[in-house]
Design a protein around this ligand. Structure first.
Ligand code: MG
Ligand code: MG
Length: 261
């Protein structure tokens, strides 16, 4: 799963480089598609029944599953991009959030960057927990604790969760982004999880828009989504969709990823 992970990371890097005011969400999708097909992989999002795009692009009050199209990005927008590659029958899945700079509205930008920072931090807290936890439930608790501990009144989406990943993009088990009573399956070598907190600035209540895909907040508050695919192996953990295996993100948690031999 190293190669589909690397390809997924490259696709999101290509998107990151072109996010700017005036760019359409379809152009972001095309940038990811060029990398994935150029590397001889296929978009696993297109293997989802009824979905024709390489990415999901979710803007502002859209949290996840936004459909790329002719929407034009504006200064101050908060944009989450989710993408995945399937290569030789194995999958990668990852998401990032970017705030488009807006010099006229520094407070809006700062608030949205904080939402993204806390969401990303909660993902790394969950990944760090995965390196030492006995059960998946400890990952969920670490994600929630990080979000609550940031001191904002953010909402955590309940209806959308992380998942196992392997031959298929979505496999058992579910990885909740909040504490659950059931400790869940044991964490052991061979397990690969997509850890993906979805966090909103206001109420966690969401609706699915008329396009039957896009998940938006009911109160209109902004959303953020970060995701990595993470492998447990005999030597430790390795973040498959991070170019450095997760070293930089895990460093604040005192965890060092171990390369897969
Ligand atoms: Mg994803
Ligand atoms: Mg996923």
């Amino acid at each position: 799963m190293l190669e589909p992970g690397r390809i997924t990371a490259e696709a999101l890097q290509a998107v990151r480089e072109i996010v700017a005011p005036g760019v359409t969400t379809a152009e972001l999708d095309a940038a990811a598609a060029r990398v994935i097909t150029g590397r001889g992989a296929e978009s696993n999002f297109q293997l989802v029944r009824g979905y024709r795009h390489t990415t999901c692009v979710s803007v502002n009050e859209q949290v996840v599953h936004g459909i790329p199209g002719d929407r034009v990005l504006e200064a101050g927008d908060i944009v989450s991009i989710d993408a995945g590659a399937q290569f030789r029958g194995w999958n990668g899945d990852s998401a990032i959030t970017i705030v488009v700079p807006d010099e006229a509205r520094p407070e809006l930008v700062a608030a949205r960057e904080e939402l993204s920072r806390v969401t990303e931090g909660s993902m790394w807290a969950g990944i760090a927990a995965m390196s030492r936890a006995a059960h998946i439930g400890e990952i969920s608790a670490a994600i929630e604790d990080h979000i609550v501990g940031a001191g904002h009144r953010y909402g955590i989406l309940r209806d959308y969760v992380g998942h196992g990943i392997g031959r298929k993009m979505h496999e058992a088990p579910s990885v909740f982004n909040y504490r659950v009573p059931d400790p869940g399956p044991r964490i052991q070598p061979g397990l690969v999880l997509a850890i993906e907190p979805m966090v909103v600035a206001g109420s966690e209540e969401t609706l699915v828009e008329d396009d039957d895909w896009t998940v938006s907040t009911v109160d209109g508050s902004a959303g953020s989504h970060w995701e990595h695919s993470v492998a447990v192996h005999d030597g430790g953990i390795w973040v498959l969709t991070a170019p450095d295996g997760g070293a930089a993100g895990l460093e604040p948690f005192g965890v060092r990823p171990v390369e897969i031999e």
